[in-house]
Ligand binder design. Structure first.
Ligand code: C2E
Ligand code: CA
Ligand code: CA
Length: 425
């Protein structure tokens, strides 16, 4: 078994070690697996329970991993909460699956830090040599992609798949297709209801874009939005979204309760000097009240250029628009900048909501965020609620607004109006 202590490995010696493994396997025609393991919500553990507790957790985590490892396995810490493991001489994917399950079983027993026991969750991304890449950078990159996949689904580990969308889109000019999408009328806006947790009444809806491409069918927004951001097309897509959302507000049946719609703004749009002017003119064209529109900005977008984004958001707030901080808890700012954040709403990231019933620590984080937000007169939205137990538990914690599959999935405008009519009756 390897004796690497739980410090962050020096990059050069890490790469040398990994290179050594690869060369060994290259000459002998064997397979090996690279595992990237990330402890969830480690930053929050640091903030809430203190650095000493976080260090105890890390030591114990490594100790448990090592206990479950074979003599020849290698483990190193590569980031605050990220570890890399090399499993040499793997026979096939089934073998890796067994190993992944066994290693993750180290989390079955709660960890003891602070003054109680806590259930800890980790995600794992796996890539195989030579199946997925034959060089170390390539393998790490594939393991990172698999880790992202594990994180965005409810799986605890994921093995890199060649047939993932990244590869499907190889040779397909997504940028070019995106450019034509608006002309061809391929975008559609879906709406996911948000309900006031305390009264059970409709609060509003989040507008989520869908792209129905004539060749590839429906393409997920988390795949094409980053490409639109890079190519600059995100600006026109955002204006399309804002206009479509305002159209819904204008066409909203008077017999239904008033509606507030949230639209997502990416970092690129937040730093657009025309933003304030454009939003104001869109509101006046559609004759909508600023209070009916919420702009969602992720915590990480906000932090990219904090000074400028705070000024912009303050300006938008000053004429009545709602500002919501999306995916709250996943970025760097969280607690430190809390009181300065120019927002009247924050959305706790789904990753905290998903496990909160089984995970005392996530529940503690959710509770702390709700209390702090209320202290600053900020509403809290819980997103990703998938069952009634979670809904009730959030209600008890005093959370303000609920959103998630438990209530409804995002749907086209007509279906949304129909859903609301059924929901009310
Ligand atoms: P987001 O802003 O965090 O949106 C929430 C995502 O969670 C949506 O995925 C929604 O369908 C999904 N979701 C809601 N409730 C549940 C639940 O109970 N369980 C699970 N597993 N998922 C749930 P969607 O629509 O695929 O959007 C993904 C991301 O794409 C969004 O994340 C947002 O970052 C981006 N996006 C979507 N539409 C737009 C847009 O018009 N503009 C920009 N800039 N980004 C957009
Ligand atoms: Ca959002
Ligand atoms: Ca979100």
């Amino acid at each position: 078994m390897n004796d690497t202590p739980a410090y962050v490995a020096d990059r050069n010696s890490l790469l040398k070690d990994l290179e050594h493994f690869i060369n060994d396997h290259l000459s002998e025609g064997k397979k090996l697996a690279i595992l990237l393991i990330n402890i969830n919500h480690f930053r929050q553990i640091n903030v809430i329970y203190g650095y000493q507790s976080a260090d105890i957790l890390l030591e114990e985590f490594v100790h448990r991993l090592k206990k479950l490892s074979r003599e020849q396995d290698y483990i190193a810490r590569v980031g605050n909460s990220e570890f890399i493991m090399v499993l040499p001489e793997i026979l096939n994917e089934g073998h890796v699956t067994l190993a992944a399950n066994k290693l993750l079983s180290c989390l079955n027993t709660p960890f003891s830090f602070g003054d109680s026991n806590h259930k800890v969750i980790a995600d794992m991304g796996i890539a195989l040599f030579p199946d997925h890449a034959i060089d170390i950078q390539g393998l790490i990159q594939k393991a990172e992609l698999a880790l992202l996949d594990a994180r965005s689904s409810a799986k605890s580990y994921s093995i890199y798949k060649k047939k993932s969308q990244q590869v499907d889109f190889y040779n397909w000019d997504i940028e070019d297709e995106l450019r034509n999408a608006q002309e061809r009328d391929e975008f559609e806006l879906f709406f996911q209801p948000q309900v006031n947790l305390q009264t059970g009444k409709l609060f509003g809806a989040e507008a989520l874009i869908r792209w129905n491409n004539r060749e590839k069918g429906r393409i997920r927004p988390d795949l094409f939005i980053p490409i639109a951001e890079e190519s600059g097309q995100i600006h026109s897509i955002t204006w399309w979204t804002i206009n479509a959302a305002l159209r819904l507000i204008k066409d909203w049946p008077e017999t239904l309760p008033p509606l507030q719609v949230s639209v997502n703004l990416s970092a690129k749009v937040l730093s657009d000097p025309e933003l304030v002017h454009s939003v104001r003119s869109a509101l006046s064209i559609w004759g909508a009240k600023p209070e009916q529109l919420t702009l969602e900005v992720t915590e990480s977008a906000l932090m990219e250029d904090m000074d400028t984004s705070f000024i912009t958001l303050d300006e938008l707030r000053s004429f009545g628009l709602n500002i919501s901080i999306d995916d709250f808890g996943t970025g760097y700012s969280s607690m430190a900048y809390f009181k300065y954040i120019p927002a009247n709403e924050l959305k706790i990231d789904q990753s905290f909501i998903r496990y909160m019933l089984d995970n005392e620590m996530d529940q503690h984080i959710v509770k702390t965020v709700i209390e702090m937000a209320h202290g600053f007169d900020i509403k809290v939205v819980a997103e990703g609620i998938e069952n009634e137990e979670t809904y009730n538990s959030l209600k008890e914690l005093g959370c303000d607004i609920a959103q998630g599959y438990f209530l409804a999935k995002p749907m086209p405008q007509d279906e949304f109006i129909q859903w609301l009519k059924n929901y009310q009756s």
